[in-house]
Design a protein around this ligand. Structure first.
Ligand code: NAP
Length: 268
């Protein structure tokens, strides 16, 4: 099996990366940064996002696993103390695969025929540097609302514990193939009206956001990436056909991770 280990870059993560690489080489596994079957990310959920984006072109061939060197992560859920146990499991070369949904984002531009497409593991957000974001929201081709406010967030189920949660969105189990739209400070008065609640859409629903004002520039985020876009005619979100594959060597139920991250890391 071919493996790659990525690190957050701090001393602790680099040390654990070096230890894991040596152990795996000792087990006669092949280090292959270009075409790995398994990517082990050492750091936090942020490091994991970087690793996944680096290998997005190999989603079908590559599985991911995360070791955390800070606090417990949602993607990075192995402890540094468990590294030896993890290496032994990896060396057996047999593991279960768990797939989670991803978000597909298409950006349509005034002057371009082809839309630009991105995948997100957590979410995409649409914001502006100055003034309100004004967008016509269409779901499955039907006009739903005209949104005015700070911005919108469209998240995956596994991203529902990240930015989405801070915006008051629901936490969604990643076995559900959905996407969630949450508002950032919408303007609601007698003139402007939005739904005000997070919306959870099934995998066969496509939502579009069309700029209303002449000014068609936005600040978009796609996971950890920030992108300034101009001359946008529409932004389209849907549950991606592609899925991310996690290598599972032991059971760590999602709701236990939610409990340990947000309630307490003591037993239920
Ligand atoms: P960052 O601003 O350095 O860190 C954002 C925090 O979000 C980190 O503590 C990170 O965990 C955590 N995180 C990432 N994915 C998560 C998930 N699926 N569930 C729970 N927590 C998660 O940014 P970054 O490290 O480059 O990560 C980008 C992400 O930050 C975005 O995808 C967005 O979800 C999140 N974000 C959140 C807010 C907010 O909550 N108000 C605002 C902006 C961005 P680690 O410490 O383990 O890396």
């Amino acid at each position: 099996m071919k493996f790659a280990v990525t690190s957050k870059g701090d001393q602790k993560s680099n040390r654990i990366k070096a230890i894991m690489e040596q152990y795996l080489l000792d087990f006669d596994l092949e280090r292959n940064i270009k075409e790995p079957d398994l990517v082990i990310s050492v750091g936090g959920d942020g490091t994991f996002l970087h690793a996944v984006h680096h290998y997005f072109h190999r989603l079908k061939q590559t599985a991911f696993i995360g070791v955390h060197t800070g606090h417990l992560g949602f993607y990075a859920d192995w402890l540094p103390e468990e590294v030896e146990k993890l290496v032994i499991e990896v060396a057996k070369q047999k593991f279960e695969i768990v797939e989670y949904p991803l978000l597909s984002l298409k950006i349509f531009y005034e002057n371009k025929k082809e839309a630009e497409r991105f995948l997100a593991l957590n979410e995409t957000t649409i914001k502006k540097v100055e003034g309100s974001v004004v967008l016509d929201v269409t779901i499955k081709g039907e006009h739903f609302e005209r949104f005015r406010g700070d911005g919108l967030c469209v998240s995956t189920p596994s991203g529902s514990t990240a930015y989405n949660k801070a915006l008051g969105g629901a936490i969604i189990h990643p076995s559900l193939s959905t996407m969630q739209i949450t508002e950032m400070s919408s303007i609601n008065n007698r003139v402007y009206r939005t739904i005000g609640s997070p919306l959870i859409l099934p995998s066969h629903h496509v939502c579009q956001f069309k700029p209303v004002d002449k000014e068609q520039s936005f600040i978009m985020t796609i996971d950890h990436i920030t992108k300034s876009v101009e001359n946008v005619t529409a932004l389209e979100c849907s549950v991606a056909k592609e899925r991310i594959r996690f290598a599972r060597f032991r059971s760590f139920p999602f709701w236990k991770r939610v409990h340990d991250s947000f309630i307490s890391d003591e037993c239920y």
